[in-house]
Design a protein around this ligand. Structure first.
Ligand SMILES: NC(=O)c1ccc[n+]([C@@H]2O[C@H](COP(=O)([O-])OP(=O)(O)OC[C@H]3O[C@@H](n4cnc5c(N)ncnc54)[C@H](OP(=O)(O)O)[C@@H]3O)[C@@H](O)[C@H]2O)c1
Length: 219
């Protein structure tokens, strides 16, 4: 669990697509524009073609609606899953509440052929609105990144960095479970070092033990 940039510096993407123009989509669009990136955002009523053609496409729709995402347009794309299962909003969904599978793996299985990386999900809208700072700022917060391809994680790390947060590499997409509710990381407003500590402690946490039992891993 290193600084995601340790796996190699990646070029910052120039274009970002955002699906979902609610609370999270709106603030992420502003942060990306502030970073000098070209942003194409779309709600469910808009044509998503331009958003889906961007170098990185961020998913910011209610997770319970992931099956409405335009999977054909996202095939082969680098897709950032910023979504969380929120039962008050999404309803009771056993498919999204199974500790054997991170919700990003479920999304990746649906978006067959997309390169899914989990990021931005554990920050609150308030944190994204108020705690984005330039690199080196003493109050900078960290954001964890999980994905199966190190190069894709490095691209998303460059994006996170440009948008005002220190990227922290959490490992493969299955490790995205450490960033979901209910975990210490989720909603923590933590620095990069604090995030690394929380990720290291996850196996000993209550949720970590539930996940390990469900996955048949040694506790
Ligand atoms: N709120 C937070 O603090 C927070 C923080 C981090 C992550 N998240 C996660 O981010 C996601 C969005 O949360 P939110 O608070 O921004 O929700 P929100 O304010 O309800 O916005 C959701 C947006 O998604 C759009 N949408 C739904 N289906 C779509 C589709 N197939 N294609 C394009 N757009 C679609 C909705 O637009 P329509 O009008 O077209 O339906 C709406 O603009 C959720 O998964 C949430 O768990 C939330």
């Amino acid at each position: 669990m290193d600084d995601a940039r340790d796996g190699g510096q990646a070029a910052l993407p120039r274009t970002v697509g955002i699906l979902g123009t609610g609370r999270v989509g709106t603030v992420l669009a502003r942060l990306a524009r502030d970073a000098g990136l070209e942003v194409h955002a779309a709600s469910s009523r808009d044509d998503p073609a331009a958003a889906c053609a961007a170098e990185v496409v961020i998913l910011a729709v209610p997770l319970g609606r992931y099956r409405t995402l335009p999977k054909d347009l996202l095939r082969g794309r680098l897709v950032v899953d910023a979504m969380n299962y929120w039962w008050e909003l999404d309803g009771a969904r056993p498919d999204l509440d199974d500790p054997r599978t991170s919700t990003s793996e479920t999304v990746a299985a649906f978006l067959d052929g997309a390169r899914v990386v989990k990021a931005f999900n554990h920050a609150s809208v308030w944190e994204l609105e108020n705690l984005a700072h330039p690199a080196g700022h003493p109050d900078r917060r960290g954001l964890a990144i999980a994905g199966d391809d190190a190069r894709d994680r490095a691209v998303v790390a460059a994006l996170v960095d440009a948008m005002g947060f220190d990227p922290v590499d959490a490992g493969p997409l299955s490790a995205g479970v450490m960033l979901e509710p209910p975990t210490d990381v989720f909603g923590s407003d933590a620095t990069a070092d604090e995030l690394r500590d929380m990720l290291a402690r996850f196996p000993r946490s209550q949720r970590g033990r539930v996940v390990a039992r469900a996955r048949g891993e040694a506790g």
